[in-house]
Design a binder for this molecule. Structure first.
Ligand code: CTP
Ligand code: CA
Length: 224
């Protein structure tokens, strides 16, 4: 295989990827968000396109250029990402959820900038819908690949998510210094029903190309 994994393993396949963090507004100038550069997800979208797939990338707020040949839809909040992903999922053969979606959003968004009160304030947070689980529950669902970033018990928590969210595959990574979030390198543990494979630490582009090869190998049409 050529460097960067250019080929035709996904020729004719429609691949949907979500990537980056989401920003949950508090007021017009503030938000709650997750640490995520979007680099792993953009690399996954580029690697799928390099294997001949037709790729749609739903991107949260990131500072990254759109990979060649990829159609990009920009969103900010988890609710916007949910709407955009569900609108595209029906046409997708494969969905890869790399986004670091905020689990909670402020219950109310102030229309004007909040001013300091001189004391503590309370912010009530409510849970966001799970985009990945909702796609996996669609009739005629695509082949669904999740991600899991964990600080401990990586394999145990990731396998729990694989089963609970009814995924076809999950790519787990340990979050620690100089690996995972906001850095160039990552390592992944792939899990599926009855199997596992470790993809050793590498540049995110190299790792994304390897992940796309494994997804192409394991891909089976699910939809009706
Ligand atoms: N995910 C999603 N929508 C959410 C939360 C998570 O689509 N509202 C997806 C992520 O994109 C990822 C997978 O679910 O592919 C796992 O995300 P993670 O945050 O590890 O799992 P959670 O189910 O949110 O559990 P927790 O954060 O409590 O570990
Ligand atoms: Ca989460």
């Amino acid at each position: 295989l050529a460097p960067g994994g250019r080929g035709s393993l996904l020729a004719g396949k429609r691949v949907l990827v979500d990537a980056g963090p989401t920003h949950e507004p508090i007021d017009p100038v503030r938000f709650i968000g997750n640490r995520s550069s979007g680099r792993m997800g953009f690399a996954v979208a580029a690697a799928a396109a390099a294997q001949g797939a037709e790729v749609v990338l739903v991107a949260g707020p990131v500072a990254l250029a759109t990979p060649a040949g990829v159609r990009r839809v920009d969103v900010r909040s988890a609710a916007e990402m949910h709407t955009a992903v569900l609108a595209e999922a029906g046409a997708a053969d494969i969905f890869i959820a790399t986004a670091a979606v905020a689990d909670y959003r402020p219950e109310t968004v102030s229309p004007s900038k909040l001013k300091k009160t001189g004391g503590a304030i309370e912010l009530k947070l409510v849970q966001n819908a799970d985009i990945l689980a909702d796609v996996a529950a669609l009739p005629g669902r695509p082949f669904v690949v999740g991600f899991a970033a964990e600080t401990d018990n990586v394999e145990g928590y990731a396998r729990g998510k694989l089963e609970r969210k009814n995924l076809d595959m999950i790519a787990a990574n340990r979050v620690a210094d100089n690996i995972g979030f906001e850095c160039a390198e990552n390592a992944l543990l792939l899990l599926w029903d009855g199997g596992r494979e470790e993809l050793e630490r590498a540049d995110k582009q190299v790792l994304a190309a390897r992940l796309i090869e494994r997804i192409a190998e394991r891909y089976r049409p699910r939809g009706g």
